[in-house]
Design a protein around this ligand. Structure first.
Ligand code: ASP
Length: 331
């Protein structure tokens, strides 16, 4: 009995010490985070519109994180393969996801997803909003949006439209474009619009709807024909392009918001560090200049977990209903 009486406090003390010792490294790891490079997964091909945003943002975040942010491209299946990679990554802050509107369309579009969009992620914040452009191979037989609309309606069965896979921005824009003009085209999926752009430059596909972060350089260099932007007002960096809305497709509006996520369960201290690095990155003058040259709008005032969480919930509900009604699915 006496031994037990004395043993109890000792055992408790030992347990407390073990607990403290067990907790200390994790706590220290959070306090010192990041001590090594952070990987930013882009779920599309290198050199494309999301990659361009990611690489600029990675550089801007590096300045305040004090560690390199390495961009890794994991393309395929409209961005769902790279998104799944982050869902299953360790939740230690060393793997984050830069994804766009497709994050909220995938649950309705894909019958099977290997992740749970609502429960596997910790939002960090919104990043940028990117308008889209309708672009075609440089020998396409139309010189303005009116000629383009007339031509594609009259020759639909002969034309191919590129996209970055089901659930990508270019796929979504293509669906909306086809439904608004009441015409269907053969669609060709790629792992991102970087390889799609290569085929457009090589004239293997006819046209696509793609983000200004991928098309601005090619438009300004005269390597593709550009007809219109998908935003409701003109894009300052491409002032000569009319909106689809002003070109007769009343109400046409597609903007591609992007967000940053970590795996679910990332500690609040690490989330706070990532969020403040994101905010500092979005406020960085070099990042802002690059985005404005590419037509993207920086969402610095929405770089919070709450803002991204709210948007994802409303967008998932909105697109879920649209997709269900349209009956579009991928297996
Ligand atoms: N964001 C994709 C990419 O970076 C393109 C898309 O979603 O249409 O290639």
């Amino acid at each position: 009995m006496g031994l037990q009486k004395n043993a109890a406090p000792a055992a408790i003390a030992a347990a407390v010490l073990a607990g403290v010792a067990g907790l200390a490294p994790a706590h220290a790891a959070e306090q010192n985070y990041p001590t090594r490079p952070v990987t930013m997964i882009v779920p599309f091909a290198a050199g494309g519109p999301t990659d361009v945003v990611a690489r600029s943002l990675a550089e801007a975040m590096r300045k305040s994180l004090g560690q390199t942010v390495v961009v890794e491209n994991v393309g395929g299946a409209g961005g769902t393969i790279g998104t799944a990679r982050v869902a299953k990554a360790p939740n230690d802050g060393y793997t984050v996801l830069l994804m766009h509107i497709g994050f909220s369309t995938a649950p309705a579009l894909y019958r099977k997803l290997s992740y749970d969009q609502a429960n596997d992620f910790q939002p960090i914040g919104l990043t940028v909003d990117v308008p889209m452009t309708i672009v075609a191979r440089d020998n396409f037989p139309a010189n303005n949006i009116k000629e383009f609309l007339d031509y594609v309606k009259a020759n639909a069965s002969k034309l191919s439209m590129a996209n970055a896979g089901i659930g990508s921005a270019s796929h979504l824009c293509g669906l909306m474009f086809m439904s608004s003009i009441g015409t269907e085209f053969q669609t060709i999926p790629y792992k991102g619009t970087a390889p799609a752009m290569n085929d457009l430059l090589g004239k293997q596909v006819d046209f696509m709807c793609d983000q200004t972060t991928n098309t601005t350089g090619q438009i300004k260099a005269g390597k593709v024909k550009a007809y219109a932007v998908t935003s409701t007002s003109r894009v300052p960096s491409l002032p000569d392009l009319p909106t689809l809305d002003e070109s007769g497709l009343k109400g046409f509006s597609v903007g591609i918001w992007h967000g940053l996520w970590a795996p679910k369960g990332t500690s609040p201290a690490v989330v706070a560090k990532l969020q403040s690095a994101l905010k500092a990155g979005l406020d960085d003058p070099a990042f802002q200049k690059r985005m404005s040259e590419l037509g993207a709008i920086v969402l610095a005032d929405k770089a919070t977990p709450a803002a991204l969480d709210t948007l994802v919930k409303s967008e998932t509900a909105k697109w879920g209903a649209v997709i269900k009604k349209a009956g579009v699915y991928a297996d």
